[in-house]
Design a protein around this ligand. Sequence first.
Ligand code: SF4
Length: 323
Amino acid sequence: MTETLLEVKNLKKYFPIQKGLLKKTVGHVKAVDNISFSVEAGETVGIVGESGCGKSTTGKTIIRLEDPTSGEIIFKNKDITTADYATLKKLRREMQIVFQDPFSSLNPRYKVGSIIERPMKIHNLYDKKERKDRVLSLLEQCGLDPSSIHKYPHEFSGGQRQRIGIARALALNPSLLVLDEPVSALDVSIQSQIINLLEDLQEEFNLTYLFISHDLSVVRHISDRIIVMYLGQMCEMAETIELFNNPLHPYTQALLSAIPLPDTNRKIERIMLKGDLPSPSNPPAGCPFHTRCPKVMDMCRQEKPQWKDAGKGHFVSCHIYNQ
Ligand code: SF4
């Protein structure tokens, strides 16, 4: 039987837009606008969408690097939406994040051994020898030579630096890892090595992943389920195979049509989206996608579509399926 590790209910994260000497709030950037989903223990949920769709802010808000504007975050059956500093410190042991840029997320002044050991020191875990043993075994588990302990981040390649970032995230033995574009800065050949490593570590440590990426083809390889986001809102959610075989939302269809196909005999017509992503400080009325949707109808400009259960765990927000 599966156990729900994380529940996100009606989560919103708005950033105020302030102007003038008195810093008067004149509006809000609606980075995350009323999203709800849950994640089972051991599952990988991918969150995909264009830059600026709110996927990274979603990840950071869930692990409370950002304070939510409203909504609920339930982790291991505990409401952590407004958890205080002491509770958050304990939570850090359970929830960790791996960032996109492995270079800027590692302090260049510290040796790799200190970087991985630091979270354990902050949380007063283990004695000195135990910490060193753990650093060595984490390096090995992440595919790095244990002698790396004495080197600095600049002495490693991008892929190796991301392995160090992953080892550091695992130092506290967390149950949830938010992987925020963890392979986007890497060469394609290295990307698959890191994805394979993440899959091996998930099995070994029974990890749950929230895998954030702008690239559906990357998300496809690792995710059990995928959430597609647009302008801070969820437009579709389904199991990975179902989403790829039967994409319902016109935005998902456009994203899928842009993935290069290895089989040159198979032809999918590329759907080109018109215009740029609208500003999340002034999202369009009705369906947020209506300004770029190739299937837009009159009602889409006025009415927001409902979140509709399309069966088989497949959900979509589009008027085409609400009729
Ligand atoms: Fe397109 Fe209308 Fe569906 Fe929005 S609701 S995705 S505009 S068809």
